[in-house]
Design a protein around this ligand. Structure first.
Ligand code: TRP
Length: 335
């Protein structure tokens, strides 16, 4: 295995919608902190995205917007690798190979497959089924140490470890076996109109989500309309999911603790509280939105970053792919 000083973290996000405040506080903001301490790779998982039908123009735009937002929130393309999955053919190549070391039985047990095939009953395609072996390829190609995963992706990390260990068992040490990265727990942001479910970028009800690129007026409005309760006390409690969610958001964007926030808003009505939450969100997102616009206006710079990211990713990925191909008996690729 190659020697590295820093541990390597691999993260990816699907271009399935505008990045929400939930993605930002739950993941991206932590990625931002990870980059100081780790060798980080950030991927736009556009190959996984086509396991459900996509509008081509929309998909292209979302991918571009996603990579732009990665950089706008502060991920440094010099220090890290930021790239599109589809730009590195090794993902598809290793994905296929790993398909041949993954069992139908294991794939059938994946809860995401069961959920998505129920949701898209008219399009239960083979890619949806083998989604986990492609994800295993993503992670294993980079000899990843750590993967920051939410609850919903834990099972996919488990199967990645199983596939990697199986391959290593058959052919000798080939892949580093990744572990879950348990970082500082980000805020768990819930849907504004239904605070018992997670805020999701693929939610069709736009009043449930705040996109990090939403206009300030839109953000203020969405926060004002967020579901609360019939009391009039700003307090974090299970039976007050709406207010608790707004407190988490406030704490997430200001860095204050929930207890500090509760104290700050003691005796304050919901209207004024919501105003303060909205303003804090707007203030936090303002510089990100400015960065985003600047990047959008700097097409050449962005294109250069994307190209360089793909090249850096490919160098690492191909090293692993070559090793795998050699072990299984494929002729050496002439590069
Ligand atoms: N499946 C992940 C999700 O939907 C995205 C993803 C693809 C990913 N490849 C990955 C996450 C590799 C971590 C590592 O959230």
């Amino acid at each position: 295995m190659e020697t590295q000083e820093k541990k390597r973290i691999y993260s990816a996000m699907q271009p399935s919608g505008m990045i929400t405040l939930g993605n930002f506080l739950g993941a991206l903001n932590n990625w931002n902190q990870m980059q100081e301490e780790y060798d980080c790779i950030f991927c736009v998982a556009n190959m996984h995205a086509i396991t459900v039908r996509q509008d081509p123009a929309e998909l292209r735009k979302r991918c571009r917007d996603l990579i732009t937002q990665f950089i706008a929130v502060g991920l440094d393309p010099e220090k890290n690798i930021i790239y599109y999955q589809s730009h590195v053919p090794a993902h598809a190549q290793l994905g296929w190979i790993l398909d041949c070391y993954t069992y139908m039985g294991e794939l059938s047990r994946m809860t995401q497959f069961k959920d998505k095939s129920a949701k898209h009953a008219d399009n239960i395609n083979a890619g949806l089924f083998t989604y986990p072996s492609l994800m295993a390829a993503d992670i294993l190609l980079y000899q990843t140490d750590l993967v920051p995963v939410g609850e919903d992706q834990r099972q996919h990390l488990e199967i990645t470890r199983d596939i990697g260990e199986r391959f290593n068992g058959l052919y000798g040490e080939t892949f580093r076996i990744p572990e879950a990265y348990i970082g500082k727990v980000g805020a768990r942001v819930m849907a504004l109109q239904d605070p018992t479910k997670k805020m999701s970028k693929s939610d069709e009800n736009k009043n449930n989500t705040i996109a990090i690129l939403d206009d300030p007026a839109v953000i203020m409005n969405k926060v004002k309309r967020a579901v609360t309760d019939s009391e009039n006390e700003v307090r974090f409690a299970e039976e007050k999911p709406g207010i608790s969610n707004l407190l988490s958001i406030y704490s997430g964007v200001t860095g204050k603790t929930i207890a500090e926030a509760e104290k700050e808003f003691a005796g304050v009505g919901y209207g004024a509280f919501k105003n303060a939450v909205g303003e804090a969100v707007v203030a936090k997102l303002e510089p990100i939105q400015k960065n985003f616009k600047d990047l959008q206006n700097n097409k050449d710079y962005l294109d250069a970053i994307i190209k360089e990211g793909a090249q850096k990713a490919e160098r690492i990925a191909n090293r692993t792919l070559d090793k795998v191909q050699k072990k299984i008996g494929f002729p050496l690729t002439i590069r």
